[in-house]
Design a binder for this molecule. Structure first.
Ligand code: SF4
Length: 360
């Protein structure tokens, strides 16, 4: 696995998950159920856990939803982050109910006094606070058309609130500086990372639908991750949050920052391809979904599925195993060694059974 030189940050514990200070980059998501309906929220969190979500954030729009928090927490395994806007008293209730972390937005949480009260209570409960600055809710940002000035405003707002927490000797701080524009977001994170060493939660906010949001998030988060910035990530999609987790995993895995489950290397196909590779790869992915197999795989496995013998054998040899296509057939390799030929209609079964061989 490759490790880009990572920006050094403080280590912070969010329940059972440690972030920063060289820890693996954690995958976060957020529920989109009605938080007042705690059973539906637990159902969704369990689905996200199954997909591989490592930290879950839940929005608390009112006191009723905050009162539900302990019931939700008792029913799930991953750390629970309470997301509170406008009313700091809801955040206080979330602390009482056992939240593992608070996320507050300086743009709308109110006076410094309220933040200082939250700092004292969070410190007593030993839970971190994320200062989540969001360009959309910060009117000062909209006064600038220049992305650099917008970024600087996001950073100065974050630092102002960091100082309030620090004044109360509170240092279990995580910061995010999100905008829906990649340039502003990247600039803000880079400026902040050059000034302070608190762990950073990355995201391109309001990134869009499953397809456009995935591309936009991968582009924006990719720049920062490549620069060594970021300790947790959320891919923000207008979609089922399960898709956010899958995308985050594929992003981290494709950058070799983390390794999970199954990695499929497959070619785009061209006129040399004499097998229906697109269908085969879709079937293999469907049947072996990296996320579903995550806990059962003894170690990550790399599978190469290639359309022909031009690049096929080379890629297939580099993988744990792979097949390079021919006419109605394929050449099977394992650990770089030729194993035999296999008819096209047997590829999927063979690959799935070989992957099962890597499961516990
Ligand atoms: Fe085309 Fe073969 Fe390359 Fe696939 S591996 S894109 S079929 S040349």
């Amino acid at each position: 696995m490759k490790f880009y030189k990572r920006t050094e940050t403080k280590r912070i514990n969010i329940g059972s998950v440690t972030i920063g200070g060289g820890s693996p980059i954690a995958v976060q998501s957020m529920t989109n159920t009605n938080s007042r309906d705690w059973k539906a929220t637990v159902r969704q969190i369990k689905q996200l856990e199954e997909t591989g979500c490592e930290i879950i954030r839940i929005s608390l729009p009112d006191m009723e939803s905050a009162y539900n928090l302990s019931k939700i927490k008792k029913s799930i395994k991953i750390p629970l982050v309470a997301d509170v806007h406008f009313d700091y008293r809801i955040a206080l209730e979330a602390i009482k109910q056992g939240a593992d972390k608070l996320r507050i937005n300086p743009g709308n949480i109110g006076s410094k006094d309220k933040i200082s009260i939250l700092a004292k209570e969070a410190k007593k409960a030993h839970i971190p606070i994320r200062i989540g600055v969001n360009a959309g809710s910060l009117k000062e940002v909209h006064g600038f058309s220049d992305n650099f000035l917008r970024a600087k405003t996001l950073v100065s707002t974050a630092i102002e609130h960091v100082r309030i927490l620090e004044k109360y000797s509170f240092q279990d701080i995580v910061v995010s500086l999100k905008a829906s524009n990649i340039d502003t977001t990247v600039k803000a994170y880079k400026i902040f990372a050059s000034k302070r060493n608190y762990p950073l939660h990355l995201g391109i906010t309001e990134a869009g639908s499953i397809f456009s949001g995935t591309v936009k998030s991968a582009a924006g988060l990719g720049i920062m991750l490549y620069d060594g910035i970021g300790n947790t990530i959320r891919v923000s999609l207008t979609a089922n949050p399960v898709e956010e987790v899958k995308t985050a995993y594929f992003l981290l895995q494709s950058m070799e920052l983390r390794s999970f489950g199954i990695e499929i290397i497959s070619c785009p196909t061209c006129s040399r391809c004499e097998v229906d590779l697109i269908k085969i790869v879709a079937e293999v992915e469907e049947r072996t979904s990296a996320m579903k197999n995550l806990k059962r795989l003894a170690k990550p496995v790399k599978v190469a599925l290639m359309g022909c013998l031009v690049n096929g054998p080379g890629e297939a040899k580099d993988a744990d195993f792979g097949i390079a296509g021919g006419k109605n057939t394929g050449v099977l390799f394992k650990n770089g060694k030729f194993i035999g030929k296999i008819n096209t209609d047997k590829w999927v079964e063979k690959i799935v059974s070989m992957i099962k061989g890597y499961c516990r």
